[in-house]
Design a binder for this molecule. Structure first.
Ligand code: ATP
Length: 275
């Protein structure tokens, strides 16, 4: 390939190339979770992922995070082939927020200790709970942006926070270190509507503030349309629809349901599960 062609193209931040992943392979219980999935995220892309139950959405995130190794295909983060890296190594490049607000934080440690762990993780450093004055100021600044008053509670144990506050802290922990990829795994699904709206707003602000490349799984189609610049729909291990730019901006939930029906000739039960 000529030199100019290579340099003219920006390097994707995330490349999932022809990935297939099965569970209980070659047994009677074999489940194919991903079938030849290819997806590229340019730096700053924010892709929302929707799909029916068992479509492969969480598996896709787990493959990117290095938790599952695909049988076929490869995963590249910022030009680095991480397909065979264990998850603790991939964690250096990836921030992740889970559905369970209790999953991303340590309840017995303080807010600043939790933030210190997140900071050390992305730098491949050992665990140091000691926090320098400069770092403390950085933590305070980050927490201030949440407008939840957590910046005044740096030495409070995280177990004392509400579910919404803990999820907001998880979001800060996953974002402020500016990971190459931010993975959001139904991170508002376990919250009541008011707290879910707060975390949705904070997600948008945090992603913009740190210019993060983001992949977000959600069951909430309105949220999938509201956030991000691209949307993909999965079904039975495949990406069956992709929307971007004006098409995504103009789309409604009814459009998504109609497209799902049209593409898959789906049964009513599938259609219900998509919501
Ligand atoms: N650890 C696992 N062991 C066995 N099968 C699994 C495992 N994880 C996922 N699967 C199977 O792989 C398929 C895809 O699952 P996945 O959790 O990725 O779907 P999903 O789109 O995230 O679904 P949901 O919306 O219900 O969370 C399903 O058939 C599921 O049962």
């Amino acid at each position: 390939m000529p030199e100019t062609t290579v340099s003219a193209r920006t390097r994707p931040m995330l490349e999932v190339r022809n990935v297939s992943k099965a569970f209980f392979q070659h047994t009677i219980n074999e489940k194919i979770a991903l079938r030849d999935v290819t997806l590229e995220l340019e730096p700053g892309d924010f892709v929302t992922v929707i799909g029916s139950n068992g479509a492969g959405k969480s598996t896709l995130l787990n493959v990117v995070a290095g938790r599952y190794r695909p049988e076929l295909g490869s995963v590249w983060i910022d030009g680095l082939d991480v397909t065979k890296h264990p998850d603790y190594k991939v964690a250096r490049y990836v921030g992740r927020v889970f559905q369970d607000p209790m999953a991303g934080t340590s309840p017995h440690l303080t807010i600043e200790e939790n933030l210190a762990i997140a900071w050390a993780r992305t730098r491949g450093r050992g665990l140091h709970l000691g926090v320098s004055r400069a770092r403390k100021a950085e933590f305070r600044e980050e927490l201030k942006s949440l407008e939840l008053g957590l910046e005044n509670r740096l030495t409070a144990r995280v177990g004392l926070l509400s579910g919404g506050q803990r999820q907001a802290l998880s979001l800060v922990m996953a974002s402020f270190t500016k990971p190459r990829i931010l993975l959001l795994d139904e991170h508002t699904a376990a919250l009541d509507p008011q707290r879910a709206a707060l975390i949705t707003r904070l997600t948008r602000e945090m992603v913009e503030r740190h210019a993060l490349t983001t992949l977000m799984v959600t069951h909430n189609m309105e949220q999938a349309l509201e956030l991000g610049n691209r949307l993909i729909m999965m079904h039975e291990g495949r990406i069956i629809l992709e929307l971007a730019g004006d098409d995504k901006r103009a789309a409604t939930v009814a459009d998504l349901l109609a497209q799902f029906d049209q593409i898959k000739g789906a049964q009513l039960s599938d259609r219900t599960m998509l919501g």
